[in-house]
Design a protein around this ligand. Sequence first.
Ligand SMILES: Cc1cc2nc3c(=O)[nH]c(=O)nc-3n(C[C@H](O)[C@H](O)[C@H](O)COP(=O)(O)OP(=O)(O)OC[C@H]3O[C@@H](n4cnc5c(N)ncnc54)[C@H](O)[C@@H]3O)c2cc1C
Length: 461
Amino acid sequence: MGLIEELQQILAPERVSQNLTVLEQHSKDESYHTPYLPEAVVFPETAQEVSDIIKLANKHRVPVIPFGMGSSLEGHVIPRGRAITIDFTRMNKIVEIREKDFLVRVQPGVTRKQLEKELKKYGLFFPVDPGADASIGGMAATNASGTTTVKYGAMRDNVRDLQVVLADGQIIHTGNLAAKSSSGYHLTGLFVGSEGTLGCFTEITLKVYGIPEQIMAARAVFPNVDEAVEAVVDIQQAGIPIARVELVDEPSIRQVNKYSQTNYKEAPTLFLEFHGNKDGLKQDVALTKAIAEDHYCQEIVFETDQALRHQLWDARHNLAYAFLHAHPGKRQMVTDVCLPITELAGAIHFAREIVTNSGLPAGIAGHVGDGNFHIIMIVDPNSADDLARAEKVNEQIVQYALERKGTCTGEHGVGIGKLKYQAKEHGGAYQIMQTIKQALDPMGIMNPYKKVENETVTHGS
Ligand SMILES: Cc1cc2nc3c(=O)[nH]c(=O)nc-3n(C[C@H](O)[C@H](O)[C@H](O)COP(=O)(O)OP(=O)(O)OC[C@H]3O[C@@H](n4cnc5c(N)ncnc54)[C@H](O)[C@@H]3O)c2cc1C
């Protein structure tokens, strides 16, 4: 019996799709990388079904690709040859909320907005907020972060336990519910960020937080990017527990205004947010204002009103879509370097210079509190010239970051796009990563040719 027939036996036939539209939806992510169709897309509902799918994949030597919402930006979910895509959208239950332990256990297909809505009922929230409405499984698999990472950390800081189906079909837990542990190796840390190359997550236990008593957002406008970045360094050095601090450059503010119908002053701007109680917030805000003024801040507008705060953060989250909307039919190539904060201003300067030389429409925005920023370049995916120019910018900025002990990817992950930088960034440690991959996935079944090179594998035909 062929693989597809066997898959139809373990899942209902309607949960094994070879419909062309479904295959196309699973052939790409949100980036410029060239799509490639999987052979079929399967929709499991339980961990046991995922295990059975993976055992079949082993038997037939056909790779599997876990798929959340497909919002990744480095070709993570694009097959590189024959593959079955495992779509987790039917595993979308919030299994347990342990309100008093500040923990929530979810299936991988739960999206961050779905979780936000549910947690709100308990006065809780989960802070990690990538721009897209990604799945929690995809976010854990990419070690996603977002605008609040400066205060609450990235996914790796907020995943307490994972239920994982390994490459041989075995189902394990990587952690426990304790707030800390010195037991065993830190498998949760290893699996978070593994991009579907070591196993499939079928349940994720997350740390959640109480909604702060007071939230205040602000928009601070600066004469140039350097002053804005230096203000961020000073804010952090002053120990102000800022919850969000995002830089948006002038071309990006222009796109935001057009797309989100806002009327923000078109100049380098910091979007900020403070969380705390009334008195604490008062002090944080006053000190931040004084620091901003030291850096020639031209305008600082505070928003306590919930609707205006949401408008501000929606505008920030929709930035990439704002660029894409202005360039129909084009795709985005987004760089993602992260550096020590003291290197950030220089890196952003360099980024502006090289992207202007490239002639591509582009904006610069980033989670500057973490030293992470993006050049969002708009490219015609069918133009070899556009792609080459964007690739050159990417190469130059990655080189710049690596020379200063930064990383080629602060949050988007490696996928296929950043694979070529791995050996250079990790040196001898890269071989250890390849050894781990080989030990946990000797057949190369799990999302191969991503994250680490593992070329020893022969797949079935
Ligand atoms: C407009 C826009 C803004 C973005 N902003 C940010 C940002 O601020 N921060 C950030 O970190 N990212 C950002 N991203 C990138 C993207 O949203 C994140 O990488 C996100 O975590 C991907 O989640 P997903 O559900 O779409 O996963 P997918 O794209 O479906 O998959 C991503 C990876 O996870 C693996 N995977 C998915 N589900 C599982 C599972 N259950 N088990 C094991 N592996 C799995 C896949 O195989 C793949 O390797 C942005 C993307 C867009 C389009």
